[in-house]
Design a protein around this ligand. Structure first.
Ligand code: KMT
Ligand code: NI
Length: 179
């Protein structure tokens, strides 16, 4: 089962777990209310997986590529790591499927608190357009992930504040409508 928790406020190494003490877990229902959708798949068969195909078809995730984030494999590694961890939004959903390794996706809850989602092999997630979020590797320093997109990918990240953007306005509206 995917594990998620509220973060502490320490400015220590971003790759550490940063669990709040005492711990405050975030369950899938809470994530769902934020528009975050989670699936567990068998990453060993990602190249031929009817379950993955079903999700892609239903949600129109027609485009995909595979990114490896490690010092050796990712060009401009240090710069990218910094960019991934800046709080931002996109105009489209951010869809990631972890094939190897692990990392943390952090999302803001309704009270603007950080929830850290530990994503490892077989975990797939959709972060809705307009949600403030960020990504970091964990202390293993390695992840291989599938990036999925509905149509031609747009990678533009709008760093916070981005309140005026339509995707943000729509997302805030969505939050007021979910329980
Ligand atoms: C992103 O957009 O933050 C990334 O592609 C990095 C995370 S993919 C595991
Ligand atoms: Ni992003």
């Amino acid at each position: 089962m995917v594990e998620a928790w509220y973060m502490d406020e320490s400015s220590e190494d971003q790759r550490k777990p940063h669990r709040l003490e005492p711990s405050r877990p975030a369950d899938l229902e809470l994530l769902r209310q934020l528009g975050v959708i989670y699936w567990k798949l068998d990453a060993d068969k990602y190249e031929n997986d009817p379950e993955l195909e079903k999700i892609r078809k239903e949600r129109n995730y027609s485009w995909m590529d595979i990114i490896t984030i490690s010092k050796e494999k990712l060009p401009n590694y240090e710069e990218k790591i910094k960019i991934f961890y800046e709080e931002h939004i996109h105009l489209d959903d951010e869809v990631r499927y972890i094939l190897e390794g692990s990392g943390y996706f952090d999302v803001r809850d309704k009270e603007d608190k950080w929830i850290r989602i530990f994503m490892e092999k077989g975990d797939m997630v959709t972060l809705p357009a307009g949600i403030y979020h960020r990504f970091t590797l964990d202390e293993m320093n390695y992840v291989k992930a599938m990036r999925l997109f509905s149509g031609e990918p747009v990678w533009i990240a709008y760093n916070r504040p981005a309140e005026h953007l339509d995707a943000r306005v729509q997302y805030v509206k969505f939050l007021t409508q979910t329980a």
